[in-house]
Design a protein around this ligand. Sequence first.
Ligand code: SF4
Ligand code: SF4
Length: 507
Amino acid sequence: MARLHEHQGKTILAAAGIRVPRGGLASTAEEARQQAAALGGVAVVKAQVWVTSRAAQKLIHFVKTADEAGDAARMLIGQQVGHFPIESVLVEEQIAIEREFYVGLIVDDRLRRPVVIVSSVGGSGIEEIALAHPDQVAQFAPDVRTGLRDFEARDLLRRVGVRGKLLLSFSEMLVKFYAAARNYDARSAEINPLVLTADGQLMALDCRFTIDDYAVFRHPELGIEIAREMDRPPTALERIAWQVEKDDYRGTFYFLQLETTFEAADRVVGFHGNGGGGSMMNMDTLLAQGFRIANFVDTSGNPPASKVYRAARIILAQPRVDAYFMGGSGVASQEQFHSARGLVKAFMDAQLNVPAVIRIGGNGEEQAIDILQRANGSFPAPLEAYGRDATPEFCVNRLVEMVEAYTPAVVTPREMPPAAEPYTFETVTHGTITFDYAVCRDCETKACIESCAPQILSLEGDVPVLNITREQAKRGACIECLACEVECHFRGKGGGVIQLPIPGLDA
Ligand code: SF4
Ligand code: SF4
């Protein structure tokens, strides 16, 4: 889920007609000083950072003059909070508060509906409040076809004791809040606190929105760079990985760098998960064995081999990786031989120089293991592949032994000589497949032909040709399974080569 900053959420609320404090964003101390001056000097300066408990962490300052606002901003901007540098502050008027409420919305996967939650006693620790004051917290799941209707909002608020004139203004505000969350495809949204001011107005003092990853493209105005929930700006490799995911809708590729600085004595593993919960179990086992995990990657949902290839290349491009481990669900339904071919090509192209253990259970497991085992000798480091019957503990122990026994070689990435007689076509992710007819003519196995579907590739005389048009191949009829190149490498004469660009990686 992509998270919005407080100031972005307030822009959404204000546009929906919900009152927010006067003020504005500042990215320098001078801008903050000017914002506060426009408010008469008395203001609150709030760091725009994705952490909770900002007040307790002294990331919110109440100031009495414009100069104090400038000083507070100078102290906050540039400060590192966890992984996250503070880049801006929100300077707002101070509000005299009469009473605090909470309103929230969350998409409930079980109900398959959004659920609206209200509390008449504020919302810090809403779960605990709900337990301690069940009569003051209530929720309602509106029908998504109608949205939250006036009478439903009023009924919900009556359940937490809101009455009289406030009931009317509050229910009106709640309907607007629901509509704003719906319009922005929020997975969750909350106003906390929603306050009743001393002059009787409802006002959103703080808010939080997360947007559904799959709907981010509908909201370019939000400027979300990567449609993932992150607590810091993305790294260069995360940006590259996101581009891969964004440009290829087939399957899922998730990449997150967990650590980038290590001690010489650390044993650092590049982690490649292939199926959610199982991945966590494998990571726990790596940690228990003393590995430090450089990254989390998940390729699942039946990704093509080309996507797994790019994932593996990105894992190996991290500044420090001493070992490679793939592990996930032992009974994944995706066709694991695609993942195996993606890994083999990545390891060949990068000339794998760290031991790798691949635990690849599920559909097509035996074929996947066979492909991986045959790849040994195609790169300097050893690779072992196991299926569902091998426990994560066993696989991780093997990796430890392999790392201890391996001395990294001096390697250069694989470079294929230019084809003397190229026959070339493009693939759906801007890849290029080239058969060098000068080599193919003398190849006895024609392994590329039997590894591909006959309607796509066939023999014409002694050489492979497309059975479809180049345009069809480029539109996705060639599924980038990489089988023609991998099998050519294993059994042919090396005449088939696939180039799969990863924009930004080489730079
Ligand atoms: S297996 Fe390789 S060398 Fe043989 S025909 Fe196919 S692409 Fe050419
Ligand atoms: S040509 Fe055939 S074997 Fe080669 S990548 Fe495309 S679909 Fe796979």
